[in-house]
Ligand binder design. Sequence first.
Ligand SMILES: *[C@@H]1O[C@H](CO)[C@@H](O)[C@H](O)[C@H]1NC(C)=O
Ligand SMILES: *[C@@H]1O[C@H](CO)[C@@H](O)[C@H](O)[C@H]1NC(C)=O
Ligand SMILES: *[C@@H]1O[C@H](CO)[C@@H](O)[C@H](O)[C@H]1NC(C)=O
Ligand SMILES: *[C@@H]1O[C@H](CO)[C@@H](O)[C@H](O)[C@H]1NC(C)=O
Length: 298
Amino acid sequence: MPRPLVQQVAAAAVATVVACCFAARSSAVLDASFMEEFDVIWGGDHVRVADDEEGRRVVALTLDRDSGSGLQSKDQFLFGEFSMEIKLVPGDSAGTVATFYLTSEGETHDEIDFEFLGNVSGEPYVMHTNVFANGKGEREQQFYLWFDPTADFHNYTILWNPLNIIFSVDGEPVRVFKNHEASGVPYPGGQPMRAHASLWNGDFWATRGGQVKINWTHAPFAASYRGYESSACSVSSGGQPNSTSPSPDDSAGPWMGRQLGPDGERAVAWARENYMIYDYCRDQWRFPQGQPAECNLD
Ligand SMILES: *[C@@H]1O[C@H](CO)[C@@H](O)[C@H](O)[C@H]1NC(C)=O
Ligand SMILES: *[C@@H]1O[C@H](CO)[C@@H](O)[C@H](O)[C@H]1NC(C)=O
Ligand SMILES: *[C@@H]1O[C@H](CO)[C@@H](O)[C@H](O)[C@H]1NC(C)=O
Ligand SMILES: *[C@@H]1O[C@H](CO)[C@@H](O)[C@H](O)[C@H]1NC(C)=O
């Protein structure tokens, strides 16, 4: 009876982590407090903050020949659900890369990425996703989007818990990376991460594998961010749970045990069938010795 066993293992993993979630916290930053959650870590004079007609704070990250720009959350987190509404660079965005991702620091860092690769006017943006564990990534999946991501804000969510990582767009799951640590596949789970957002020059890599360079006559480029929300386990800068924070039995939140149900599985299958343009698990040229282990475990 493999199924009940899997569920038991999953429940045990969650229980362990919930007990460690000393500082469950949620923040919905739909208003003026957006920048209280983040520090500008790069290109400070290239970050523009303004309010839209409905009073929501919008942070525009800009890029020109001098610099791009980037934000990093003040807090570090060990598991959580993180959402950002983003309106990508309109017009000719080829060579630019806008991001929303989680990362820890150092050579053996963990990282969970949304990266948006711009394109020349009229050609589609590519949504690039990746998962790093212990410094090793190479788990890319890329998608086109089913809407124009430059025309309006859309909501990009990373759910990261001990069971799986789920990438969603406007609430619809598009990718799941399951925890196969029991089968020897490294999984991000031991290193606290911060949320990041940035806009940078990726023209050595991004558009058609780096063949299309940024056309600087269209600079400055701007990607707009708003509506950051997180529900996560916060830890102090030393990597330890905050001792001053609420008691250990605080429940972390429903995201902690979340996995895809039948609707979520269907949404992922729909995105794969209709919008996926690259899957590392199908890249025979890159992995001639055979696919990475997790590709045959899902
Ligand atoms: C974005 O989607 C997430 C996950 O569905 C949700 O929790 C969040 O409230 C959404 N954000 C906005 C601004 O609607
Ligand atoms: C840009 O458009 C071309 C042509 O439609 C497409 O092949 C490519 O995947 C698009 N995206 C990037 C990032 O190159
Ligand atoms: C860059 O953009 C300008 C203005 O639209 C255009 O005239 C020029 O041909 C573009 N350069 C390249 C290399 O595409
Ligand atoms: C946790 O501690 C860090 C550093 O001491 C602090 O910046 C942060 O605001 C704290 N977070 C919570 C949720 O108390």
